[in-house]
Ligand binder design. Structure first.
Ligand code: ATP
Ligand code: MG
Length: 300
Protein backbone atom coordinates (compact mmCIF):
# COMPACT_ATOMS: atom_id res chain seq x y z
CA UNK A 1 0.00 0.00 0.00
CA UNK A 2 2.11 2.83 -1.25
CA UNK A 3 -0.26 5.59 -0.16
CA UNK A 4 -0.87 4.28 3.34
CA UNK A 5 1.14 6.99 5.05
CA UNK A 6 -0.52 9.77 3.15
CA UNK A 7 -3.98 8.40 3.87
CA UNK A 8 -3.19 8.19 7.56
CA UNK A 9 -1.89 11.75 7.58
CA UNK A 10 -4.97 12.97 5.69
CA UNK A 11 -7.19 11.36 8.34
CA UNK A 12 -5.20 12.94 11.12
CA UNK A 13 -5.56 16.42 9.63
CA UNK A 14 -9.35 16.40 9.30
CA UNK A 15 -10.46 14.08 12.07
CA UNK A 16 -11.10 16.82 14.62
CA UNK A 17 -13.27 18.87 12.25
CA UNK A 18 -15.57 16.03 11.30
CA UNK A 19 -18.99 16.12 12.98
CA UNK A 20 -21.08 12.98 12.74
CA UNK A 21 -23.38 13.69 15.68
CA UNK A 22 -24.57 17.21 16.20
CA UNK A 23 -26.22 17.27 19.62
CA UNK A 24 -23.23 18.64 21.47
CA UNK A 25 -21.84 20.71 18.62
CA UNK A 26 -21.00 24.33 19.49
CA UNK A 27 -19.47 26.61 16.91
CA UNK A 28 -17.51 28.46 19.58
CA UNK A 29 -15.46 25.33 20.23
CA UNK A 30 -13.97 25.63 16.73
CA UNK A 31 -11.23 28.17 16.06
CA UNK A 32 -11.30 29.64 12.53
CA UNK A 33 -7.53 30.27 12.74
CA UNK A 34 -6.57 26.71 13.72
CA UNK A 35 -4.00 24.99 11.50
CA UNK A 36 -3.82 21.69 13.38
CA UNK A 37 -0.04 21.73 13.78
CA UNK A 38 0.74 22.64 10.16
CA UNK A 39 3.22 25.45 10.65
CA UNK A 40 3.55 27.30 7.38
CA UNK A 41 1.87 28.05 4.10
CA UNK A 42 4.80 26.56 2.21
CA UNK A 43 4.61 23.30 4.13
CA UNK A 44 0.84 23.09 3.58
CA UNK A 45 1.24 23.70 -0.13
CA UNK A 46 3.80 20.93 -0.44
CA UNK A 47 1.49 18.45 1.23
CA UNK A 48 -1.48 19.70 -0.81
CA UNK A 49 0.36 18.97 -4.03
CA UNK A 50 0.75 15.32 -3.02
CA UNK A 51 -2.89 15.16 -1.91
CA UNK A 52 -4.01 16.48 -5.29
CA UNK A 53 -1.95 13.79 -7.04
CA UNK A 54 -3.57 11.07 -4.97
CA UNK A 55 -7.02 12.57 -5.47
CA UNK A 56 -6.50 12.49 -9.21
CA UNK A 57 -5.62 8.75 -9.10
CA UNK A 58 -8.64 8.00 -6.96
CA UNK A 59 -10.98 9.96 -9.19
CA UNK A 60 -9.83 7.98 -12.22
CA UNK A 61 -10.80 4.75 -10.46
CA UNK A 62 -14.12 6.20 -9.28
CA UNK A 63 -14.91 7.03 -12.90
CA UNK A 64 -13.74 3.70 -14.31
CA UNK A 65 -15.66 1.73 -11.70
CA UNK A 66 -18.87 3.68 -12.39
CA UNK A 67 -20.65 2.64 -9.20
CA UNK A 68 -20.33 5.37 -6.60
CA UNK A 69 -20.86 9.12 -6.91
CA UNK A 70 -19.41 11.71 -4.56
CA UNK A 71 -21.33 14.85 -3.63
CA UNK A 72 -19.35 17.65 -1.97
CA UNK A 73 -21.36 20.50 -0.49
CA UNK A 74 -19.78 23.85 0.36
CA UNK A 75 -21.42 26.40 2.62
CA UNK A 76 -19.90 29.50 4.16
CA UNK A 77 -20.22 33.19 4.91
CA UNK A 78 -19.09 35.45 2.06
CA UNK A 79 -15.33 35.67 1.46
CA UNK A 80 -14.65 32.49 3.42
CA UNK A 81 -12.92 31.04 0.36
CA UNK A 82 -15.39 28.57 -1.17
CA UNK A 83 -14.42 29.37 -4.74
CA UNK A 84 -10.67 29.20 -4.08
CA UNK A 85 -10.98 25.92 -2.17
CA UNK A 86 -12.97 24.33 -4.99
CA UNK A 87 -10.54 25.61 -7.62
CA UNK A 88 -7.38 24.45 -5.87
CA UNK A 89 -8.54 21.14 -4.51
CA UNK A 90 -10.06 19.98 -7.78
CA UNK A 91 -7.21 21.27 -9.94
CA UNK A 92 -5.80 17.79 -10.58
CA UNK A 93 -9.11 16.16 -11.37
CA UNK A 94 -10.17 15.28 -14.90
CA UNK A 95 -12.87 17.87 -15.77
CA UNK A 96 -14.94 15.14 -17.46
CA UNK A 97 -15.40 13.41 -14.14
CA UNK A 98 -16.46 16.44 -12.18
CA UNK A 99 -19.38 18.93 -12.22
CA UNK A 100 -19.64 22.15 -10.24
CA UNK A 101 -23.00 23.81 -9.58
CA UNK A 102 -23.53 27.15 -7.88
CA UNK A 103 -26.90 27.82 -6.27
CA UNK A 104 -27.89 31.47 -6.04
CA UNK A 105 -31.21 33.10 -5.23
CA UNK A 106 -33.85 30.89 -6.89
CA UNK A 107 -35.36 31.83 -10.28
CA UNK A 108 -39.11 32.12 -10.85
CA UNK A 109 -39.15 28.64 -12.33
CA UNK A 110 -37.31 27.26 -9.31
CA UNK A 111 -39.71 29.02 -6.94
CA UNK A 112 -42.54 27.16 -8.64
CA UNK A 113 -41.14 23.86 -7.38
CA UNK A 114 -40.30 22.22 -4.08
CA UNK A 115 -36.94 23.43 -2.79
CA UNK A 116 -35.01 20.22 -3.44
CA UNK A 117 -36.00 20.21 -7.11
CA UNK A 118 -33.17 22.35 -8.46
CA UNK A 119 -30.49 20.52 -6.49
CA UNK A 120 -31.81 17.02 -7.08
CA UNK A 121 -31.42 17.55 -10.83
CA UNK A 122 -27.72 18.22 -10.26
CA UNK A 123 -26.84 15.21 -8.08
CA UNK A 124 -23.74 13.63 -9.68
CA UNK A 125 -24.20 10.49 -11.72
CA UNK A 126 -22.27 7.30 -10.93
CA UNK A 127 -18.54 7.62 -11.34
CA UNK A 128 -18.63 11.39 -10.91
CA UNK A 129 -17.76 14.00 -8.34
CA UNK A 130 -20.38 16.74 -7.96
CA UNK A 131 -19.63 19.97 -6.19
CA UNK A 132 -22.33 22.25 -4.83
CA UNK A 133 -21.19 25.82 -4.26
CA UNK A 134 -24.07 26.57 -1.83
CA UNK A 135 -26.96 24.11 -1.79
CA UNK A 136 -30.34 23.25 -0.32
CA UNK A 137 -28.79 24.22 3.01
CA UNK A 138 -29.50 27.85 2.05
CA UNK A 139 -33.08 26.87 2.87
CA UNK A 140 -32.21 26.77 6.58
CA UNK A 141 -29.65 29.62 6.41
CA UNK A 142 -30.42 32.68 4.30
CA UNK A 143 -34.11 31.78 4.16
CA UNK A 144 -34.18 31.45 7.93
CA UNK A 145 -32.29 34.69 8.55
CA UNK A 146 -34.51 36.60 6.08
CA UNK A 147 -37.99 35.17 6.29
CA UNK A 148 -39.10 37.36 3.37
CA UNK A 149 -37.44 34.70 1.21
CA UNK A 150 -39.69 32.08 2.75
CA UNK A 151 -42.75 34.12 1.82
CA UNK A 152 -41.47 34.37 -1.75
CA UNK A 153 -41.51 30.56 -2.02
CA UNK A 154 -45.25 30.51 -2.68
CA UNK A 155 -45.96 27.79 -0.16
CA UNK A 156 -49.62 27.42 0.84
CA UNK A 157 -50.19 29.39 4.07
CA UNK A 158 -51.32 26.28 5.93
CA UNK A 159 -47.91 24.72 5.45
CA UNK A 160 -45.95 27.53 7.05
CA UNK A 161 -45.85 26.98 10.79
CA UNK A 162 -43.32 27.31 13.56
CA UNK A 163 -42.25 23.76 12.79
CA UNK A 164 -41.03 24.58 9.31
CA UNK A 165 -37.31 24.53 10.18
CA UNK A 166 -37.64 21.22 12.05
CA UNK A 167 -39.42 19.85 9.02
CA UNK A 168 -36.71 21.06 6.70
CA UNK A 169 -33.98 19.45 8.82
CA UNK A 170 -35.96 16.23 8.82
CA UNK A 171 -36.50 16.27 5.06
CA UNK A 172 -32.86 17.14 4.31
CA UNK A 173 -31.71 14.26 6.50
CA UNK A 174 -34.11 11.91 4.76
CA UNK A 175 -32.93 13.12 1.34
CA UNK A 176 -29.28 12.55 2.24
CA UNK A 177 -30.08 9.10 3.60
CA UNK A 178 -31.85 8.32 0.35
CA UNK A 179 -28.84 9.49 -1.68
CA UNK A 180 -26.49 7.43 0.48
CA UNK A 181 -28.62 4.34 -0.03
CA UNK A 182 -28.32 4.91 -3.76
CA UNK A 183 -24.54 5.07 -3.85
CA UNK A 184 -24.12 8.84 -3.61
CA UNK A 185 -21.58 9.60 -0.89
CA UNK A 186 -22.33 12.96 0.75
CA UNK A 187 -19.70 15.14 2.44
CA UNK A 188 -20.47 18.68 3.65
CA UNK A 189 -18.05 21.49 4.32
CA UNK A 190 -18.67 24.59 6.38
CA UNK A 191 -15.76 26.94 5.82
CA UNK A 192 -15.56 28.68 9.17
CA UNK A 193 -14.14 32.19 8.81
CA UNK A 194 -13.93 34.75 11.61
CA UNK A 195 -15.69 38.11 11.44
CA UNK A 196 -12.31 39.83 11.69
CA UNK A 197 -10.86 37.92 8.74
CA UNK A 198 -13.98 38.59 6.68
CA UNK A 199 -13.52 42.34 7.28
CA UNK A 200 -9.91 42.06 6.13
CA UNK A 201 -10.92 40.25 2.94
CA UNK A 202 -13.69 42.75 2.16
CA UNK A 203 -11.19 45.60 2.59
CA UNK A 204 -8.80 43.86 0.18
CA UNK A 205 -11.60 43.64 -2.35
CA UNK A 206 -12.17 47.38 -1.99
CA UNK A 207 -8.53 48.40 -2.03
CA UNK A 208 -6.96 46.07 -4.59
CA UNK A 209 -8.11 46.90 -8.13
CA UNK A 210 -7.63 43.27 -9.22
CA UNK A 211 -10.10 42.20 -6.53
CA UNK A 212 -12.67 45.00 -7.00
CA UNK A 213 -14.83 42.75 -9.18
CA UNK A 214 -15.34 40.39 -6.27
CA UNK A 215 -16.82 43.07 -4.05
CA UNK A 216 -20.56 43.03 -3.61
CA UNK A 217 -22.69 45.46 -1.57
CA UNK A 218 -24.95 42.56 -0.64
CA UNK A 219 -22.06 40.80 1.11
CA UNK A 220 -21.49 43.77 3.41
CA UNK A 221 -25.21 43.98 4.12
CA UNK A 222 -25.28 40.30 5.09
CA UNK A 223 -22.41 40.95 7.49
CA UNK A 224 -24.86 42.93 9.63
CA UNK A 225 -26.67 39.63 10.24
CA UNK A 226 -23.50 37.84 11.36
CA UNK A 227 -24.92 36.62 14.69
CA UNK A 228 -28.10 35.32 13.11
CA UNK A 229 -26.09 33.45 10.50
CA UNK A 230 -23.75 31.92 13.08
CA UNK A 231 -26.80 30.74 15.03
CA UNK A 232 -28.36 29.29 11.89
CA UNK A 233 -25.12 27.52 10.93
CA UNK A 234 -24.74 26.09 14.40
CA UNK A 235 -28.24 24.68 14.45
CA UNK A 236 -27.91 23.39 10.90
CA UNK A 237 -24.85 21.38 11.91
CA UNK A 238 -26.46 20.19 15.13
CA UNK A 239 -29.46 18.90 13.23
CA UNK A 240 -27.95 17.52 10.04
CA UNK A 241 -24.57 16.05 10.97
CA UNK A 242 -24.85 12.29 10.51
CA UNK A 243 -22.51 9.36 10.16
CA UNK A 244 -23.34 8.91 6.49
CA UNK A 245 -23.35 12.64 5.67
CA UNK A 246 -20.98 14.37 8.10
CA UNK A 247 -20.25 18.08 8.32
CA UNK A 248 -16.64 19.22 8.31
CA UNK A 249 -16.18 22.50 10.14
CA UNK A 250 -13.05 23.67 8.39
CA UNK A 251 -11.00 26.58 9.78
CA UNK A 252 -11.03 29.24 7.05
CA UNK A 253 -8.89 32.13 8.31
CA UNK A 254 -5.86 30.63 6.53
CA UNK A 255 -6.74 29.69 2.99
CA UNK A 256 -3.76 27.36 2.67
CA UNK A 257 -5.00 25.32 5.59
CA UNK A 258 -8.61 25.28 4.36
CA UNK A 259 -7.50 23.77 1.06
CA UNK A 260 -5.34 21.14 2.69
CA UNK A 261 -8.08 20.11 5.10
CA UNK A 262 -10.73 19.91 2.37
CA UNK A 263 -8.48 17.82 0.10
CA UNK A 264 -7.72 15.51 3.02
CA UNK A 265 -11.41 14.99 3.76
CA UNK A 266 -12.19 14.16 0.13
CA UNK A 267 -9.36 11.63 0.01
CA UNK A 268 -10.65 10.03 3.16
CA UNK A 269 -14.15 9.76 1.71
CA UNK A 270 -12.88 8.14 -1.50
CA UNK A 271 -10.60 5.82 0.41
CA UNK A 272 -13.64 4.33 2.15
CA UNK A 273 -15.02 3.11 -1.18
CA UNK A 274 -12.47 0.41 -2.04
CA UNK A 275 -11.89 1.90 -5.45
CA UNK A 276 -10.13 -0.18 -8.07
CA UNK A 277 -10.06 -0.40 -11.83
CA UNK A 278 -12.69 -2.93 -12.92
CA UNK A 279 -11.39 -6.46 -13.42
CA UNK A 280 -11.26 -7.81 -16.93
CA UNK A 281 -12.37 -11.46 -17.09
CA UNK A 282 -10.48 -14.29 -18.80
CA UNK A 283 -12.53 -14.29 -22.01
CA UNK A 284 -12.10 -10.51 -22.38
CA UNK A 285 -8.35 -10.79 -21.74
CA UNK A 286 -8.08 -13.39 -24.51
CA UNK A 287 -9.97 -11.10 -26.84
CA UNK A 288 -7.65 -8.18 -26.02
CA UNK A 289 -4.62 -10.38 -26.64
CA UNK A 290 -5.98 -11.40 -30.06
CA UNK A 291 -6.58 -7.76 -31.05
CA UNK A 292 -3.08 -6.88 -29.89
CA UNK A 293 -1.53 -9.66 -31.98
CA UNK A 294 -3.49 -8.56 -35.02
CA UNK A 295 -2.42 -4.93 -34.56
CA UNK A 296 1.22 -5.96 -34.20
CA UNK A 297 0.98 -8.00 -37.39
CA UNK A 298 -0.10 -4.99 -39.42
CA UNK A 299 2.60 -3.27 -41.50
CA UNK A 300 1.94 0.27 -40.30
P1 ATP B 1 -19.46 34.65 -5.15
O1 ATP B 1 -19.87 35.86 -4.36
O2 ATP B 1 -18.16 34.08 -4.73
O3 ATP B 1 -19.60 34.80 -6.63
P2 ATP B 1 -21.81 33.51 -4.02
O4 ATP B 1 -22.15 32.06 -3.78
O5 ATP B 1 -21.73 34.37 -2.81
O6 ATP B 1 -20.47 33.49 -4.81
P3 ATP B 1 -23.65 35.42 -5.03
O7 ATP B 1 -24.33 35.59 -6.33
O8 ATP B 1 -22.84 36.52 -4.48
O9 ATP B 1 -22.81 34.07 -5.08
O10 ATP B 1 -24.73 35.08 -3.92
C1 ATP B 1 -25.68 34.15 -4.05
C2 ATP B 1 -26.76 34.53 -3.04
O11 ATP B 1 -27.87 33.71 -3.25
C3 ATP B 1 -26.29 34.31 -1.61
O12 ATP B 1 -26.50 35.48 -0.86
C4 ATP B 1 -27.21 33.21 -1.14
O13 ATP B 1 -27.51 33.31 0.23
C5 ATP B 1 -28.42 33.41 -2.02
N1 ATP B 1 -29.25 32.22 -2.09
C6 ATP B 1 -28.88 30.96 -2.36
N2 ATP B 1 -29.91 30.11 -2.25
C7 ATP B 1 -30.97 30.87 -1.89
C8 ATP B 1 -32.33 30.58 -1.59
N3 ATP B 1 -32.81 29.34 -1.67
N4 ATP B 1 -33.14 31.61 -1.27
C9 ATP B 1 -32.67 32.86 -1.21
N5 ATP B 1 -31.40 33.19 -1.46
C10 ATP B 1 -30.56 32.22 -1.79
MG1 MG C 1 -21.27 36.47 -2.93
Amino acid sequence: MKHRKQLKEASRIVEKYCIIKGEKFRLKDYDPADTNGVKSKQHAENILERRIGLLSDMQEKLYAQDRWALLLIFQAMDAAGKDGAIKHVMSGVNPQGCDVHAFKAPSNEELDHDYLWRTHKCIPSRGKIGIFNRSYYEEVLVVRVHTTFLRAQKLPDDLISKHIWDQRFEDINAFERYLTRNGVVVRKFFLHVSRKEQKKRFLERLEDSKKNWKFSMADVQERAFWKDYQGAYEEMIQRTATKHAPWYVIPADNKWFTRLAVASAIIEALNGLNLAFPDVDKAKKKELEAVRASLLAQKD
